[in-house]
Design a protein around this ligand. Structure first.
Ligand SMILES: O=C(O)CCC(=O)C(=O)O
Ligand SMILES: [Fe+2]
Length: 291
């Protein structure tokens, strides 16, 4: 059975085409070879020397995140509290500017320069993926929401997020029409992009790793022999580390953290190309993602 993430989904009404969100800092970063690895493995981790942003920008962004925390911008999610114990703050580049989406967002503090740079980097990932010919399973084109999730897992030794999938991959037949309509935004999620804003020397004993469960492992679980335990890959949430994974294939979890842990996440969405067919193609297909 699919584990469906149940928190409020990103607003995607004002998403932009990938081509409108170019980020110079990504030039030469998402090379065709790395994008092929992402397609093959379902995930890609760029850390250490491969990380796209310098430590200066990341620590500035962490300061901006702490400031947002002190301004009371973080709130619990609508998930059950046993699913996840982080607090989140939804941010847009335009927050605190005349171009903000509404009056409430015009009144909040502008994002700091460090956080702005991180937002622009994540929002540029879709364009960089398309340039390297990233192929979504459904041949969709990528779109970039304006809204990103800034999450804070408090340093209490228990804050975590249980194993889940970011996208809803169940068909209308499985879900029923109402539930299917309710989960529309989750179905559009194609690629999860996460940038960590923590210290660059985060070590394993602080906990808080992102555990990625290998897609092959999930497929195996349908076999009578059952999966071999331990088929996963842990990523330490070191500042500057960029993780990309297929939102529909890669189950993942956040292990309990002993240290305040900040993660900035963008869900890149995939929308059917007009020439391939409308969303009704998905609707009609009972197993749209089993290829
Ligand atoms: O912070 C992370 O490493 C992942 C968080 C996550 O899985 C989510 O917010 O859906
Ligand atoms: Fe997730």
């Amino acid at each position: 059975a699919t584990l469906l993430e149940a928190h409020l989904s990103t607003e995607v009404g004002d998403a932009q085409p990938a081509s409108a969100c170019r980020c110079p800092a990504l030039a030469g970063v998402l090379t065709p070879a790395r994008v092929r690895a992402l397609e093959r493995d379902g995930f890609l981790v760029l850390e250490g020397r491969d990380a796209p942003l310098g430590p200066g920008v990341v620590s500035q962004a962490r300061g901006d995140a702490v400031a947002a925390m002190q301004q009371g911008r973080f709130a619990r999610t609508s998930n059950d509290s046993d699913v996840r114990q982080d607090m989140v703050c939804w941010i847009r580049e335009t927050d605190g500017t005349p171009d903000a989406v509404d009056d409430t967002h015009r009144r909040v503090r502008r994002l700091g320069d460090g956080l702005l740079e991180c937002v622009r980097l994540l929002r540029g990932v879709a364009q960089a993926l398309e340039t390297s010919g990233y192929g979504t399973p459904l041949g969709e084109c990528l779109h970039v929401p304006q809204q990103l999730q800034l999450a804070w897992y408090p340093a209490d030794g228990t804050s975590r997020y249980v194993r889940h999938l970011d996208a809803c991959v169940d068909s209308a037949l499985d879900l029923g029409l109402l539930e299917w309509l309710r989960t529309r935004d989750y179905r559009e999620r194609a690629v999860t992009a996460i940038l960590y804003l923590n210290a660059s020397d985060w070590c394993a004993d602080r906990g808080g790793a992102l555990r990625l469960h290998h897609p092959e492992f999930q497929r195996d679980s349908a076999s009578p022999d059952g999966p071999s335990p331990g088929a996963h890959f842990d990523v330490l949430p070191r500042g500057g580390t960029l993780v990309l994974f297929d939102s529909r294939r890669v189950e993942h979890q956040v292990l309990p953290t002993n240290e305040d842990r900040f993660a900035l996440t963008l869900w890149i969405i995939g929308r059917a190309k007009p020439e391939i067919g409308s969303r009704w193609t998905w609707f009609a297909s009972s197993e749209p993602l089993q290829k």
